[in-house]
Design a protein around this ligand. Sequence first.
Ligand code: DAT
Ligand code: MG
Length: 168
Amino acid sequence: MSNEATLVIIKPDGLKKSLTGNILSRLSESKLKIIGAKMVKVDIELANKHYHHLQKEPFYPELAKYITGQLHGENRVMPLVYWGEDAIKKVRAIAGATNPEQAEPISIRGAYGRILTTGLFENVIHASSSVEEAEREIKLWFGPGEIVCKLYPSKKTSEENDSKEIWV
Ligand code: DAT
Ligand code: MG
């Protein structure tokens, strides 16, 4: 088994319900390392990129409203990068199933999620589902300088007086 990175996002309902502490405590049971964390305002462009595989789903308009904070008056989310052995599977187990009613009651989604009357799964956190998706998502939400180790290859842009590190 090898070390890998995974992206967690505390969604607007998690923040609105003051669940940040509980969520971080539950995730700390995994013994994984947090190597990136910040607060982000989510606009529709970022939402579309993050959920690009779901754009054709009937629930997508509602999902876009959810992740951009329009359902909770809360357009902040908290992305975190966890790193360690089998990180993707460990975090998905603590997160629970996508449908909060099918999630283990002791999982984060089982304990705190709900299904809205529109049918949308309001499930508190995002967790990457594969190594490929984790890499794509981490590069979308974080710059190389925002992660405390060298996770993926990056390079310096050579703009005058302003060199910035970007993913290659
Ligand atoms: P996950 O977040 O478990 O990786 P996903 O990537 O398939 O699941 O979907 C992203 C989000 O979209 C999910 O967290 C909640 C919502 N969602 C997914 N499938 C849904 C469905 N059938 N009905 C309502 N909401 C859904
Ligand atoms: Mg997913």
